[in-house]
Write a protein that binds this ligand. Structure first.
Ligand SMILES: [Zn+2]
Length: 342
């Protein structure tokens, strides 16, 4: 079995002048994987478009129709931040398809882990609404596909700086999916309070860690050690999907957290070690946000090095942000809310 597969989609025709969510993001990741000599060591997966049937497991037809209609009119905005071009619907389907190819490689036993370096991102897209740069919810589509393939319990770990409101909402009443998110608060999109725990039979399967502005490596790692990993251990997923945003990085131009490349890498190691113990290391990582090219590049190469079993190369231009706020009381409250302490 291959240790790590790679699926890519840079969605060149989904672009708007001056917008931070642009094709160069994926290009920066791929260039770094080449430079570090990692790409030839990864199993390259062929691209494909997600099918209607795959998309309709999590999205309403109205979303697909609205997307297609806007594209047919020459494109435009669905909100202040989220644009559609004539090529966006096909590009978004290829991004979702790349995550599905990554999933298939892992479920089929071709690869133990897979990284999908894709855009546009997905975790804000709800069942019926595009928002927050997201046109289709790539990770939710993959999760639904995994369930359709017979997976009974899976976890989504979302370390993007923004709360994945779309993924949480789509699976809010589904006890088969553990959703664990670390994100900045107060911040876009405004959801992700730790009292949001899932509905009905799924109560306790949605776990939110809203981090105060300025939080950095210490806060992130404490959240992973005290909340994310214990949640995984309690849930015992058969597969871990990662909504991998690198926009909590101190270099990121859009967000208020101060995580470093090393902090992100240590958090990733905690998740991959837990997956190794719980589900034979089966992990599918899908790119979400992250708008600084240097941060994207070095976080991506370190992540792939971890998954290949290498010792990750350190960021050659590390930042040393000031120590952030103490989050121990917050983490106590989160653990209490989701029943990790009785
Ligand atoms: Zn984000």
């Amino acid at each position: 079995m291959h240790p790590l597969a790679l699926a890519t989609e840079s969605a060149e025709e989904h672009a708007e002048a001056g917008h931070p969510e642009r094709p160069q993001r994926v290009a920066a990741v791929l260039r770094q994987l080449e430079t570090r000599g990692l790409r030839p060591r990864m199993l390259a997966l062929p691209a494909r478009e997600a099918t209607d049937a795959e998309l309709l497991r999590v999205h309403d037809r109205t979303l697909l129709d609205a997307q297609a209609a806007l594209a047919a009119r020459g494109g435009g905005h669905v909100d202040a931040d989220t644009y559609v071009t004539p090529g966006s619907p096909a590009a978004a389907r290829r991004a979702a398809g790349a995550v599905l190819a990554a999933l298939d490689a892992v479920l089929g036993g071709e690869a133990r882990t897979a990284f999908a370096a894709v855009r546009p991102p997905g975790h804000h897209a709800t069942r019926d609404e595009m928002m927050g740069f997201c046109l289709l919810n790539n990770v939710a589509i993959a999760a639904a596909s995994a369930f359709a393939a017979g997976v009974e319990r899976l976890a989504v770990v979302d370390w993007d700086v923004h709360h994945g409101n779309g993924t949480q909402a789509i699976f809010d009443a589904d006890p088969r999916l553990l959703y664990v998110s670390t994100h900045a608060a107060p911040f876009y999109p405004g959801t992700g309070h730790y009292r949001e725990r899932g509905q009905g039979a799924a109560e306790g399967t949605k776990v939110n860690v809203p981090l105060l502005h300025g939080a950095g490596d210490d806060a992130l790692l404490a959240a992973f050690e005290r909340v994310v990993v214990p949640s995984l251990e309690r849930f015992r997923p058969q597969l871990v999907l990662v909504s991998c945003g690198w926009d909590a990085h101190a270099r990121d131009p859009l967000a208020p957290l101060a995580v470093t490349t090393d902090g992100y890498t240590r958090a990733a190691r905690l998740v991959f070690d837990a997956a190794g113990a719980l589900c034979a290391g089966r992990v599918v990582v899908a790119l979400e946000g992250g708008y600084d090219a240097h941060a994207l590049a070095w976080c991506a190469s370190a992540l792939c090095e971890l998954l290949l079993g290498d010792e990750p190369a350190p960021d050659p231009e590390p930042l040393h942000p000031p120590p952030g706020p103490d989050v121990s009381a917050l983490l106590d409250a989160v653990r209490e809310a989701v029943g990790l302490v009785r």
